[in-house]
Structures are given as structure tokens and as C-alpha cells.
Ligand binder design. Structure first.
Ligand SMILES: [Zn+2]
Ligand SMILES: [Zn+2]
Length: 252
């Protein structure tokens, strides 16, 4: 039970950071925040992604390429160019690594306006901190796993960030309903919204990339939207027109 709770907490914490910080804030600038809060969420993202930490720069450039070429041949992770989710993840991983080491360079416009913290990025990109995280997970399981099958959750936690991204991209571009013709294959896999915090509403999101609420119809409820509204109310972030004074969204 304790391991299951640990897994669920890790799933939602990691997903929240990927969706709220890397995707909605980093890649799309849907809201603004002060340097203090940016650093706070930067560190929170690092620690919740843990062993599968993803560099914000490479993640954000890759995601902007996804929007520019959605389901085309230059889309880094369209489910329509690979046979299965594993092959799609493998292809995306190669592109991610080459965006990171500079062997692959996108257009200059994709490199503007994103959170950066070089010393933290350089440290957590290395193997030692990743290994420490893995040892931490294993130690937790060793103490609290009281059924053998719980150990099957461990590999998921080790690569939790890319797995969540893969589910979003595979399902959100393959299964579900369509509200808009975006010229791509994006769909709203709305029945997964509770498990993926609204991210699988890809059809709505590709139509309105600068909109912080990924829901459009009532049953496409985006669980992160009220939270973003709340963070705006308590002045942690700034959404809408107020955000654009300090941060210009790339996609409107
Ligand atoms: Zn998409
Ligand atoms: Zn996006």
C-alpha cells in the first residue's frame, strides 16, 4: 500500500511538473511568473522527474518542433511514423539527445523564451544524480514493497517522464474525438484526462496552443485548469494579458 501511494504521488508530481512547468509555461508561455517562482518550479521539476530528468531546453525545442510539424515527417514524436510506442520513444530520445549535444539544431525562433539554469541542468544531466535517484527508489521498495508484483512499478518510476510523454503523444494523436481540423491527426483522448492532467486533449491544444485550459467541451475537463486559475488568483503566476508584459507566447 505504501509503495502504491508512493507511485501515485510520484506519477502526479512528475506529470504536474512536465505539464505545468515544461509544457504550458516553458514551451508555450501560457502564463508568466517571477524569477523566484521559476527557480522554485525548476527545482521541483528536477526532483520530481528524478532519474528520468529531462533538460528543459531540449524538451521545449523538441515540443515546439512537434507543434510546427504536427504529424508530419519532421514531427519528433508522431505515432504515425513508428510501429509502436517504444519505437516512437526511441526516435524521440535520439532527437532529444542530439538537440541537447548540439548535433541537431532547429531554427533560431525555437530557442527563445524558455527557463534556463545552467549549473542545475549540467549537474542533473549526468549519471551520478540519476543513479542516486534510482538507488533511492530501490531502497524505498526494499523497505515497503510487501507484494512481489509491486516491483513491476519500479521501472515505470525510473523512466516516468518519458513514459508520460509517450502516452500523451501516442494516444493524443491516435485515439479519441476531434473538435477542430488542425491539418494533423491530433485527437482528444478525454477519458484519460484524470490520469494525464488534461494533456491528452491534444486536438484542443493544437488549435489553441497559448490557452492554459486544454478542455473545450464539458467532458473534456482539464484537471490542471482550476489549479492554474488558483495560482493566478494567489499571484504565483500571471495568466492572460497580464502575462504578456513579461513574457511573449511564441504561439498564439
Ligand atoms: Zn501534439
Ligand atoms: Zn504543446
Amino acid at each position: 500500500m505504501t509503495v502504491l501511494l508512493f507511485f501515485i504521488a510520484h506519477w502526479y508530481a512528475s506529470l504536474f511538473c512536465q505539464s505545468f512547468f515544461l509544457h504550458r509555461y516553458g514551451a508555450h508561455g501560457q502564463f508568466a511568473m517571477s524569477k523566484f517562482w521559476e527557480r522554485f518550479f525548476f527545482l521541483l521539476t528536477v526532483f520530481t522527474q528524478g532519474a528520468s530528468y529531462m533538460n528543459p531546453r531540449a524538451y521545449i525545442v523538441m515540443h515546439r518542433l512537434h507543434h510546427e510539424h504536427s504529424d508530419g515527417l519532421k514531427d519528433p514524436h508522431s505515432p504515425w511514423h513508428t510501429k509502436n510506442p517504444w519505437a516512437m520513444m526511441g526516435r524521440a530520445r535520439i532527437i532529444y539527445i542530439h538537440l541537447l549535444d548540439g548535433h541537431l539544431r532547429a531554427k533560431e525562433k525555437f530557442y527563445k523564451n524558455f527557463p534556463s539554469w545552467k549549473s542545475v541542468e549540467n549537474f542533473f544531466e549526468t549519471y551520478p544524480p540519476r543513479i542516486v535517484f534510482v538507488i533511492g527508489y530501490i531502497t524505498f521498495y526494499a523497505f515497503f514493497a510487501n507484494h512481489w508484483w509491486l516491483w513491476f512499478l519500479l521501472p515505470i518510476q525510473i523512466v516516468i517522464g518519458p513514459i508520460q510523454g509517450a502516452i500523451v503523444n501516442w494516444c493524443g494523436h491516435k485515439y479519441g474525438s476531434k473538435n477542430f481540423d488542425n491539418g494533423d491527426k491530433s485527437r482528444n483522448t478525454w477519458w484519460l484526462n484524470l490520469f494525464l492532467l488534461g494533456e491528452t486533449n491534444q486536438n484542443n491544444h493544437h488549435k489553441f496552443p497559448a490557452r492554459a485550459n486544454f478542455g473545450y467541451r464539458w467532458y473534456e475537463f482539464d484537471p490542471l485548469a482550476p489549479f492554474i486559475w488558483f495560482l493566478d488568483k494567489i499571484r504565483v503566476i500571471r495568466t492572460g494579458k497580464r502575462s504578456q508584459k513579461s513574457f511573449t507566447p511564441l504561439f498564439i
